[in-house]
Design a protein around this ligand. Sequence first.
Ligand SMILES: [Zn+2]
Length: 210
Amino acid sequence: MANATSATGVPSPLVGEGQGGGDGRTLPVGIPPTPNPSPQGGGEPPGVAVGDLAIARAHRIAAAVVDPEIPVLTLEDLGVLRGVERRRQSIIVKLTPTYTGCPATQAIRLAVEAALAEAGMANARVETVLSPPWSTDEITETGRRKLQEYGIAPPARGARARSLFADETVACPKCGSTATAKISEFGSTACKALWRCQACAEPFDYFKCL
Ligand SMILES: [Zn+2]
């Protein structure tokens, strides 16, 4: 076992082949030919193709996942589900983050992946979509009502046109009074501000506009 055989000097059998034009610049440039995406009901083998029913099912599952921070809100209520599409044999669930750097974003992604896996949809995965950015205007009417019932003042409308630092009129989610004042820019989470109602003296969270 002590035989130290040196491999130096053994010529590689590959040396000497393909010497003409090996500068790597001869690759064809341009758009690779895209095969015609198989038409509905085309030649895809059954059992492999992702059907419309599977797409709809993945959409339903993802839409029903709740926000870990505000468990009364589903992703559909929040408006972060940007669509579900088929890509070859996979189902892509497209989500957009709410606030950049919001810790809930990662939790939401994991929750969706878990829900899809639990439903046996092994071919579904989550993709993050950054553009166009999410705005609180995308919270649905149902979502706004749920927020209010949960004790969080829903964000004012027209958020995109509004500055975070502009004076805002926020109605108390408990009594509806607009005699309210901001106590702190940060409430229970970074995306909420802490307000207090002067009519009923209750503090409450206000979902900040974005
Ligand atoms: Zn009040």
